[in-house]
Design a protein around this ligand. Structure first.
Ligand code: GUN
Ligand code: ZN
Length: 429
């Protein structure tokens, strides 16, 4: 049985960050046809209704039909300690994060938080995330199992650390390699699940552990690899002292086989010219985490400069260093951070970053992140008048961008009218 979703539609024929806003396609009365979990047609409502009279119709009126949001860097185990007050990165990790991550040795606790995490993110219209776990393999099973039963395309890996963390949160080079390999064999490519090799960041891995994970990536080159890069000045200085012979922070990864096109580097605020030049050659993904970068006091990501350099950028909440589960709030923060650097991002660019941009960062833009025939039907319906403040502002709009921008800046989970995952509408918690 086919489903026909009718409303305003927004999708992309190219990258608006480099190709201008004409890359966005909007219809004020469009429709999306779904069959067997995939999108089979996108067009005008009247045309598709006439061509597919047997399809179940879901008329969402003026609401906006879009690809679901894709959050390219999160820590699901930090769900319960989001919004922890007053500290910068290293103290924040030691004081709040590591004690909470210790609790994930208990599979029941991991399952409880994974379920709560997906309830929160789906309510916010996020249909795919790429998550860190903890050092416990059970924390990966809990998360990917919860994604699997919900039918989600999901990415995650066991976080590896063998120094500068509490004893209960340290593995070894060998156990990190063995556990990660076992989890790859168990999960990678099963249903819609992808395993991501996950050294937390250079300060919490010995050179032996980085080398072991680099070797593992060499054995499984179609896995993505995620880590953190140049988030805070104190952290960059610490990396310099821990790796005195490295050319820079990126080199601590590169020298151990952890720089590649499938690499996802979170934050990437304090990059040196060599690091940018090297990344231009390799084409990895930089993941912008704007609510985290302001909340933990990290700094202002150079969206304009890095995208003009041709670098691949995805957008992410970085929950719980980030202060929100919402990609709307995250787009708003990306807008504010870019404003502080003199570059007002257009609503079409912000929406692209939260959908196709993040899909492209995960090398999944042929499957998710856009409305187009053949794409997997992960679709959200967004109410563009979800609160009185937003409704009064959007009622004056003269085009889709003026109608959408108030929701980007002021919207939250109340804007999520419906969520479809792999062609099935899901109940929101
Ligand atoms: N760097 C290393 N670990 C983390 C983490 O959990 N959150 C953030 N924001 N940065 C990190
Ligand atoms: Zn992170």
């Amino acid at each position: 049985m086919a489903d026909l979703l009718i409303g305003q539609t927004l999708f992309y024929s190219g990258n608006p960050m480099t190709g201008g806003i004409d890359a966005a396609r909007h219809s004020s009365r469009g429709a999306v046809l779904i069959e067997n979990g995939r999108i089979t047609a996108v067009g005008e409502a009247d045309t598709l209704r006439n061509a597919h009279p047997q399809a179940r119709q879901h008329d969402y009126g003026n609401a906006l039909i879009s690809a679901g949001f894709i959050d390219a860097h999160v820590h699901y185990p930090q769900t319960a300690m989001i919004a922890s007050w007053g500290l910068r990165l290293i103290d924040w990790l030691n004081t709040y994060t590591f004690p909470e991550e210790m609790r994930f040795s208990d599979p029941a606790y991991a399952a409880e938080i994974a379920g709560r995490y997906f309830d929160l993110t789906l309510a916010n219209g996020t249909t795919t995330v790429c998550s860190y776990s903890t050092i416990h393999p059970e924390s990966v099973d809990a998360f990917l199992g919860a994604a699997q039963v919900r039918g989600l395309r999901a990415y995650a890996g066991k976080t590896c650390m063998d120094r500068n963390a509490p004893e209960g949160l340290c593995d070894t080079p060998q156990s990190a390699y063995d556990d990660s390999k076992r989890l790859i064999e168990k999960w990678h490519g099963v249903d819609r699940i992808s395993y991501v090799i996950t050294p937390r960041f250079s300060p919490t891995s010995t050179e032996d552990q980085l080398a072991a994970l680099g070797a593992l990536w060499g054995e499984y080159p179609d896995c993505l690899m995620q880590t953190h890069l140049s988030e805070q000045t104190d952290e960059v200085a610490w990396v310099k002292s821990l790796f005195p012979t490295a050319r820079d922070y990126l080199d601590t990864y590169e020298r151990h086989g952890l720089l590649g096109k499938g690499g996802l580097y979170g934050h990437a605020i304090y990059l040196e010219p060599r690091e940018i030049d090297r990344m231009k050659e390799v084409d990895p993904s930089l993941i912008h985490c704007p609510t985290s970068n302001t909340f933990i006091g990290s700094g202002l990501f150079d969206m304009d400069g890095l995208t003009k350099s041709g670098l691949r950028v995805g957008l992410a909440t970085d929950t719980g260093g980030g202060s929100s589960f919402s990609m709307l709030r995250t787009m708003a923060a990306a807008y504010e951070v870019a404003q502080l650097r003199g570059r007002p991002l257009h609503p079409s660019e912000l929406w692209w970053l939260a959908t196709q941009g993040s899909a492209r960062a995960l090398h999944a833009d042929d499957r998710i992140g856009n409305l187009a025939p053949g794409m997997e039907a992960d679709i959200i319906v967004i109410d563009l008048a979800s609160t009185p403040a937003i409704a009064q502002r959007s009622s004056r709009a003269s085009d889709i961008w003026e109608a959408l921008f108030p929701t980007i800046m002021m919207g939250d989970d109340r804007a999520t009218r419906a969520v479809w995952v792999a062609g099935r509408q899901i109940a929101l918690a």
